[in-house]
Write a protein of this length. Structure first.
Length: 218
């Protein structure tokens, strides 16, 4: 496959969709449990809102049916084992990317290219160049809901919603997670999603996937 990364996106780890339109891209990382998947997918379907999902190979191995269910929306590559790529060699990075890509394609039938998200948001100029060379565009976020910290980390549905609203700008990319907190079992991002969508709509925002960055229809 020939790379389709637009030249204007090379060397970048995008923090927002470049637009003046009042739109938000909801994105979900899937690397641990799948406890919030059913709720998230039900909310997106009920509200008529799209999302973009970043899957690790480990997640696909553990929860193939969830991976296939999420693949009705655009899905991206979040590496195989979720390592800090800045600690790996170029070949090690390529192995993480390509092994995840192969597994995602085998299970979901969908090619995750060109959507990529760095584990932990750990990134350097070198790692971006390697990712670009594998035909991927890295997407960071405008706001992290911090829902992953759970109730034991001082978060709540209210804090998740408020963080997203406080950071709302045209092209906002929202980072959420599909799993539960490993200790307290909370699924704050999934629980907050209906209220978040309603609140953003009340402020005049619509919703797109990350395809909007590439000039395709959302």
């Amino acid at each position: 496959m020939a790379c389709t990364v637009p030249s204007g996106l090379l060397g970048r780890d995008l923090t927002r969709v470049p637009t003046d339109r009042k739109v938000v891209a909801l994105t979900f990382d899937a690397g641990a449990s799948n406890d919030g998947v059913a709720s998230i997918l039900a909310t997106l379907a009920d509200k008529g809102v799209p999302g973009t999902f970043f899957l690790t190979g480990d997640f696909v191995d553990a929860f193939p049916s969830s991976a296939r269910a999420m693949a009705k929306y655009p899905i991206g590559n979040h590496t195989y084992n979720h390592p800090d790529l800045t600690t790996l060699s170029d070949s090690g990075i390529r192995t993480e990317i390509n092994s995840a890509e192969s597994r995602i394609k085998a299970v979901t039938g969908q090619d995750p290219r060109p959507y990529f998200r760095f584990p932990f948001g750990a990134v350097t100029t070198r790692t971006i160049a390697v990712v670009n060379a594998e035909c991927y565009v890295p997407f960071r976020w405008t706001v992290d809901t911090l829902g992953w910290k759970g109730t034991s980390g001082g978060q709540s549905v209210g804090t998740v919603v408020n963080r997203v609203l406080d950071a709302a700008v045209p092209g906002e990319i929202v980072l959420m997670h599909v799993g539960a907190h490993p200790k307290d079992g909370s699924t704050l991002d999934a629980d907050a999603l209906p209220r978040m969508i309603d609140a953003l709509r009340a402020r005049g925002y619509g919703f797109v996937t990350l395809q909007a960055v590439l000039g395709s229809a959302p």
